[in-house]
Design a protein around this ligand. Structure first.
Ligand code: HT7
Ligand code: ZN
Length: 882
């Protein structure tokens, strides 16, 4: 398949003013009649009308009332071209599609007997012929016709303007969207659903109708999504002065969905996983995710919908900015003392574990890519999470108020337009009179910069110098990198851990109290602090002020000081991770060489100090006591040994459990929460710490700790506690635990067999459990509840095994890789997008020992050589092999 290049962008040949689209909905064959009014674009060099179409049967095509025969157009490789068109055109197109057969879940498809659409990025072309590109923005009127009994609810974007019966058991609804939009924001739903609805008053006094649509049995699970939506609306008004521009805003839940949710104008369609919650079925993490995804999709209404992307290379323009906005929203919602920091740490953990790995592998790409084969493969952590970090750095450089000014200017300039990442940067620069030219490299250069810090203190001159140098490794297609513009937030601690007052004249700007933001723009730069009366301990990259790997040669004593006292909670946590990581690396080496494993008491003491510190939020203590994941440890090695890493981390967990047994028991008992469930940060933080304590206690799974977990499982009043108990039992290695886990698994299934989202958890816990090898996976796949067709189910079992069970997936006999290849091939025939995601589990194959590499290569080649490979899978496999 051909790559598409950003440099080849050309303006669309015709613009579409209005779209009238009618659907005769039928699961076998749906007829779609479209009427487009189009105008020649004077900015275009192409003379032809160019329309995209995929998997469509063209019934007829008329231009300005005249039927076009095959001589009047060409149709090749999914592109329909009409030459010699006048400047003003009315095109009438009739097409047929087959929704029930559509297992790709792109375009119009059927899920549990209901109709849904997914048009981002290029799904609209599976519905009708259209210039399916985001810079073509039009006004839509939609007519839906369907059987009234089977599909009583007919929804589309905007406002309902008419509805009624058609007489033959069918009915219709007509919707009009008052705003111009790109085709990827089109949506329809025709379904048997019910809704929770509410009239909500905006700050301006205007009233809007909010609806959350679900299947009948799920109406008791919509409250949290509705609350999250109201909070999102209020937050965007208050933080960014952005008001909901529609009279009606709908969220619809669907069980078959490729991603998390979709921001279609006024009609957001959500994976059920990010809507449905009650204490019985959803965990604290689920509640938090729902709030964040509801916020994310709602915030797109301005950042993405009102101002959209010129082309898909600019995807991070809307996604990076909107992730930044949802992160800030969630942080503002938390409400506990260290709530913002806890959220920040969680976000950074994801970035480091997944995005840094992407940046170091064959799929590495800039935040604004230069080329792609299949755009669906570019909905990545780089576009989303690194994109959000880039936006956050802008805020760090211009300040919070400056950022708001930049946003205001961005909307003043570009409302209703399809623009580029550069336009966002220009608005930020102009509103703040800042030069952000060099900053552009964050968009154009892939890879994670490494920043090395060296310091020297001069007691006579009372100066402290920090020398920062930056490098960035080569990434595919980019051998050499130019220096980035990196904001490095810094504090200096005295011997007691207090912040010193900072004086620095080398281009530093003020951050929060006790912090200065150093702007590293050269390959190497020295920043001199004056009036420093004692040798300080530097607290570097506070709040993770840039997405870089920071190297500094801290002593254990310095890290202990930072962990105990840093005023920046992020760096307190960071110190704990550095202490843990340097030990995990040594332990892994020792495990690989079959040497004795040992752990010094200093580490346990440092953790004890935090665990026992009641002034710290439980959620923060939980984060400090959570060891770096096996995947994070793997990133420290040029040759990964998954078994040694697992052994090292398990050893460390065992030692922590032994060394802190009394304290962990105490943490368990003092963090019990009341029976009445609330997902608020305080209660969820307590549950988090209590359940972490439980999992540690089960490292020594004797009868009494197994009983503790079993009792929690049996009597839990919420899914957080029930799942945590089951997970702890499943991962404990003793006979008593295995017996208890097997009994609990059976009961869990029986109690929740009618709750698909909970059965996903049941599969996920088993996919991730260390006891689950490939043979066990194959057995699980024969379970009647398992199917590859549902993305949530496939992800819950297959992806959790391939991505979160490294020691088993990387079994020395290569069984994990052979299994992986089979699943990729099977998924490729059902849903290429999901299949291509699974390919990513093996894209770092070059990081393993030669024997493992050989086996991985065989598996990759098996996929590469299989028949009818989608371009989604082909792209990732060929980049992995390149
Ligand atoms: N903007 C949405 C992207 C999305 C998507 C992309 C490809 C295929 C299916 C999809 N579903 C949703 C999600 C978001 O970032 O808000
Ligand atoms: Zn998004």
């Amino acid at each position: 398949p051909q790559a598409i290049y950003r440099k080849d962008y050309t303006a669309p040949s015709f613009l579409v003013d209005t779209v009238d689209i009618g659907f005769d909905l039928d699961p076998i064959t749906t007829r779609v009649a479209t009427r487009l009014t189009m105008t020649r674009n004077p900015d275009s060099v192409n003379q032809n009308i160019v329309l995209n179409g995929e998997a469509l049967e063209l019934v007829q095509l008329r231009m300005n009332g005249k039927l076009l025969t095959k001589r009047g157009y060409t149709l090749q490789g999914g592109i329909l071209q009409i030459p010699d068109a006048p400047d003003q055109v009315v095109l009438e197109i009739e097409t047929l599609t087959h929704p029930e057969k559509n297992t790709s879940l792109m375009g119009l498809y059927v899920s549990n007997g209901n109709f849904f659409t997914q048009c981002e990025a290029e799904g609209f072309r599976k519905i009708t012929f259209f210039p399916d590109r985001p810079d073509v923005m039009a006004k839509y009127t939609v007519m839906l016709r369907a059987d009234k009994k089977k599909y009583p609810v007919l929804l589309s974007n905007g406002n309902l303007v008419e509805q009624g019966d058609l007489g033959d058991g069918r009915h219709y609804a007509k919707w009009e969207d008052p705003f111009k939009k790109p085709s990827y924001l089109f949506a329809l739903v025709a379904a048997k659903l019910v809704c929770q609805e509410e009239t909500y008053q905006l700050k301006s006094g205007r009233k809007v109708l909010l609806q959350v649509w679900v299947e009948k049995g799920n109406l008791d699970k919509t409250q949290h999504a509705m609350e999250s939506l109201k909070h999102s609306i209020r937050w965007d008004e208050e933080r960014f002065g952005l008001e909901l521009d529609l009279d009606r805003f709908m969220i619809v839940a669907v069980g078959d969905f490729n991603m998390g949710a979709m921001e279609n104008k006024g009609l957001n369609i959500f994976n059920t996983k990010f809507v449905l919650a009650n204490p019985r079925i959803a965990t604290d993490v689920d509640y938090a995710n729902i709030e964040s995804v509801v916020g994310h999709e709602y915030f797109h209404n301005w950042t993405g919908n009102r101002v959209t992307c010129r082309d898909w290379f600019q995807l991070s323009l809307k996604e990076g900015l909107t992730v930044f906005r949802d992160q800030e929203f969630s942080a503002d919602m938390v409400g506990t003392a260290s709530g913002r920091a806890v959220k920040r740490i969680e976000d950074v953990r994801l970035l480091r574990q997944v995005q840094f790995a992407e940046d170091a592998g064959p799929m590495a790409h800039p935040v604004r890519p230069d080329s792609y084969v299949e755009i669906n493969n570019f909905y990545t952590v780089t576009i989303y999470e690194k994109g959000a970090e880039v936006v956050r750095m802008v805020q760090t450089l211009v300040g919070r108020d400056g950022f708001r000014k930049g946003m205001d200017l961005y909307f003043a300039r570009h409302d209703g337009q399809a623009v580029e990442c550069d336009d966002f940067r220009a608005a930020m620069a102009d509103a703040n009179r800042r030069n952000l030219k060099q900053f552009e490299r964050w968009y154009s250069q892939a890879g994670t910069p490494q920043v090395k810090a060296e310091t020297s203190y001069d007691p006579l001159a009372k100066t402290f110098e920090i020398t920062l140098s930056q490098t960035c490794a080569a990434t595919p297609g980019q051998a050499k990198k130019l220096p980035f513009h990196i904001p490095v937030a810094v504090g200096l601690l005295d011997a007691e851990g207090k912040d010193l007052v900072l004086h620095c004249d080398d281009g530093a700007s003020a951050g929060v109290a006790g912090t200065l933001v150093l702007e590293l723009t050269k390959a190497k730069q020295t920043f001199r602090f004056t009036q420093v009366n004692e040798q300080p301990v530097p607290s570097l990259l506070r709040d993770f002020s840039a997405p870089v790997v920071l190297e500094y040669d801290y002593s254990d004593a310095e890290l202990a000081l930072l962990l105990a006292h840093d005023s920046d909670p992020f760096n307190r946590w960071e110190a704990s991770q550095r202490l843990a990581m340097r030990r995990l690396v040594k332990l892994t080496d020792a495990a690989r060489n079959n040497e004795q494993l040992t752990l010094d008491p200093m580490f346990i003491d440092a953790l004890r100090g935090v665990l026992m510190d009641d002034t710290l939020d439980p959620a923060f203590r939980e984060l400090v006591l959570t060891l770096p994941s096996e995947a994070m440890v793997a990133e420290q090695f040029s040759v990964v040994d998954s078994q040694a890493i697992h052994a090292a981390r398990q050893f460390m967990r065992g030692m922590v459990a032994q060394g802190l047994r009394t304290e962990l028991l105490n943490a368990y008992e003092t963090n019990l929460t009341p029976d009445a469930y609330s997902p608020d940060a305080e209660a969820s933080g307590k549950r988090g710490l209590k359940n972490l304590a439980l999992s540690y206690l089960l490292e020594w799974a004797d009868e009494s700790t197994c009983q503790l977990a079993l009792a929690q499982f049996d009597t839990a009043h919420n899914m957080t506690d029930r799942q945590a108990a089951l997970s702890a039992l499943l991962n404990a290695e003793s006979k008593a635990a295995t017996k208890a886990a097997s009994k609990s698994l059976k009961r869990f299934y029986k109690d929740f067999k009618n709750e698909p989202l909970v059965i996903d958890k049941w599969f996920m816990l088993q996919g991730m459990a260390h006891a689950t090898d490939v043979a066990a996976m194959r057995a699980l796949m024969t379970h009647p509840a398992f199917t590859l067709k549902n993305p949530n189910r496939a992800r819950s079992l297959i992806f959790s095994f391939c991505n979160a069970n490294p020691a088993r997936f990387h079994a020395a006999d290569g069984s994990g890789y052979a299994f992986w290849a089979e699943q990729v091939i099977a998924l490729n025939a059902i849903n290429p997008q999901v299949a291509a995601r699974l390919v990513r589990s093996l894209d770092r194959w070059r990081k393993y020992a030669p024997k493992a590499q050989e086996l991985m290569l065989l598996a990759l080649q098996k996929v590469a050589n299989s028949k009818k490979l989608s371009k989604d899978v082909q792209e990732v496999v060929s980049k992995s092999l390149a």
